[in-house]
Design a protein around this ligand. Sequence first.
Ligand code: ATP
Ligand code: MG
Length: 224
Amino acid sequence: MIKLQHIYKIYEDEHAKHDALNDINLEILEGECVLLRGHSGSGKSTLLSLIAGILKPTKGLLEVDGVSLSKVPDDAATLFRREHIGNIFQKYNLIEDLTVLDNIITPLIPTDLSYSDVLKLADEALEIANISHKKYNLAKKLSGGEQQRCAIARAIVNKPKIILADEPSANLDLNLTMEFIEEMKKLKSHNKTIIIASHDDLLFQSKIFTKIIVLDKGKISDIN
Ligand SMILES: Nc1ncnc2c1ncn2[C@@H]1O[C@H](COP(=O)(O)OP(=O)(O)OP(=O)(O)O)[C@@H](O)[C@H]1O
Ligand SMILES: [Mg+2]
C-alpha cells in the first residue's frame, strides 16, 4: 500500500521557494492502476519521485509497502527503490550499444544474484513484455515499439510490486500508445500497482485505471 498523509514538497534555493506539492493525502492499494493528470507544473513528476524514493517530502508521512520513505536515510531509499520500484521513463533511457538482454539486466547488477538467476529473471521479463525474439539485438536497432517493450522488461525484471511511468506516451504515435496500454493491462493482471503520470487523452480514455487523480498547483483537485 502507498500512503501519503499531509505531504508537502517545497523546492527551495537561495533565490526562491516553490510549493510543488501542498498537503497531499492519498492511499493507493496493491494492484491499483492510477492515472495522474494535471497541467504542466502541477506536481505529477514530483509526486512520482517521492513514491520512488528519489526525492524526500519536505513534510508529512509517506509510506510505501510498509517502508516509511519520509524517514529513512538516502541509502535505504535507494535500496528500497531497487527492490520495490520499476520505472518507465519517457525516453526509455536504453543503452544503445548494448543488447536488449544486457539492457534488461542492468537493474540486477548491484544485487548478489547468480548469473543463472539473473538470466532466468530476464527471460521472464522478456516474455511478459513480449520482446524475447529481440533478446540479442542491439537496442539501437530496435523499432520504437520494441524499445518501449525493452524498457518495460527492464522496469519489471526485479519483480517490483510498483511500476511508475512518467509521460510514457509523450513520444509515441497512436498505435504504440495502444500497445503500451495493452502492456499495462498485462502488468495489471500480474497484480502490479501501476501509477502513470500523463496528460494523454488516449490513456485517459483507456479504461484501465482504477483511480484518476487530478493535480492542480500541487493540490489534489479531483479524485475518482
Ligand atoms: N528541482 C526543482 N527545483 C525547483 N523547482 C522545481 C524543481 N522540480 C520541479 N520544480 C517545480 O515544481 C513544480 C512541479 O513540477 P513537476 O515537474 O512535478 O510538474 P509536472 O506536473 O510533472 O509537470 P509536466 O507536466 O510539465 O511534466 C513546477 O512548478 C516546477 O517548476
Ligand atoms: Mg512531469
